[in-house]
Design a protein around this ligand. Structure first.
Ligand code: GLP
Length: 277
């Protein structure tokens, strides 16, 4: 299959790079990841040329790893500087120490921050170590920091098999902000491979809310592999509701799904290139 980005063929193979469509299907995860990395790099450079910061919302999990790899390559080989970049990560397990192998602090350092010239004080990741009684104030401060930085220019997202974005599990309403949440049993089961055992997976997490995510100026959601096909289809086609938090993304004016063939396999061909209702 040709890349959707440089083909002029059938409509259901989607889009040219110029047209923003809500669902773009790519030949594979690597192509989709490079496409998003290019968009991020363009935004960083454009902002740098205007002497402005670029605020990125970042995600963890296996899905965005290739995006980070490509950004690191661009930093090394194409002089992409992160000097003007401010980042806010979506979520973190709770409780968890930042140096723990499963912590999202560690994940971000290993996959991106240790390899680029970002200013460390510009990096924000919810803490997994704050005392319980300080959590709500901490979450309000996280929201405040995002606002004071000018808001998120581009939010990168994955999707969990429960339909979660960040750790906004089923039941998370459209108006939710950064807060402590209880993890769904399916999410914990999926995380058990990282923790070695289900019992070691934390029960709680701190996550940006659905509304926090929806306030981002652009949203790019990546989904790869057959195991994401059903949830991608439901998120795009089921009724919008808190039982499937990712469904709210359809209300966003600059949202795009970037999927590979396997993750797109439950979608009807007509969805490609058709603006969503
Ligand atoms: C975790 C993260 C989510 C991520 C999801 C999917 O639950 N909190 O932000 O989207 O995992 O993970 P993966 O990309 O490994 O499928």
């Amino acid at each position: 299959m040709k890349s959707i980005l440089d083909q002029s063929g059938p409509v259901d193979d989607v889009a040219s790079a110029k047209v923003r469509l809500p669902v773009a299907r790519f030949r594979d995860a690597s192509e989709a990841s490079k496409r998003v990395a290019r968009e991020i790099a363009q935004l960083i450079r454009q902002r740098a040329s205007e002497n402005r910061r670029c605020v990125l919302g970042l995600a963890t999990g296996s899905t965005p790893v290739r995006v980070y790899r490509e950004l690191v390559r661009m930093h090394r080989e194409e002089n992409l500087s992160f000097f003007n970049v401010v980042t806010f990560n979506l979520d973190e397990y709770f409780p968890i120490k930042p140096e723990s192998p499963q912590s999202y602090h560690r994940f971000m350092n290993e996959n991106l921050f240790n390899h680029v010239d970002i200013i460390r004080s510009n990096v924000h990741i919810p803490s997994g170590t704050i005392p319980l009684e300080n959590v709500s104030g901490y979450c309000r401060d996280y929201e405040d920091l995002i606002l004071r930085s000018g808001g998120i220019d581009l939010q990168l997202l994955g999707i969990g098999r429960t339909g979660h974005i960040g750790f906004n599990e089923p039941g998370s309403t459209r108006d939710t902000l950064t807060r402590m949440v209880r993890l769904d049993s399916l999410t914990r089961k999926d995380a058990a491979k990282d923790f070695g055992d289900l019992d070691r997976v934390p029960l709680l997490a701190i996550t940006m809310g659905v509304d926090t995510i929806m306030q981002s100026k652009r949203i790019r959601l990546l989904a790869f592999g057959e195991h994401k096909a059903r949830i991608v289809q439901k998120a795009l086609q089921n009724r919008m509701s808190s039982t499937l938090p990712a469904s709210y993304l359809r209300q966003h004016p600059d949202m795009q799904y970037l999927v590979d063939g396997a993750a797109a396999s439950c979608l009807p061909p007509s969805i490609f290139g058709t603006p969503l209702q």
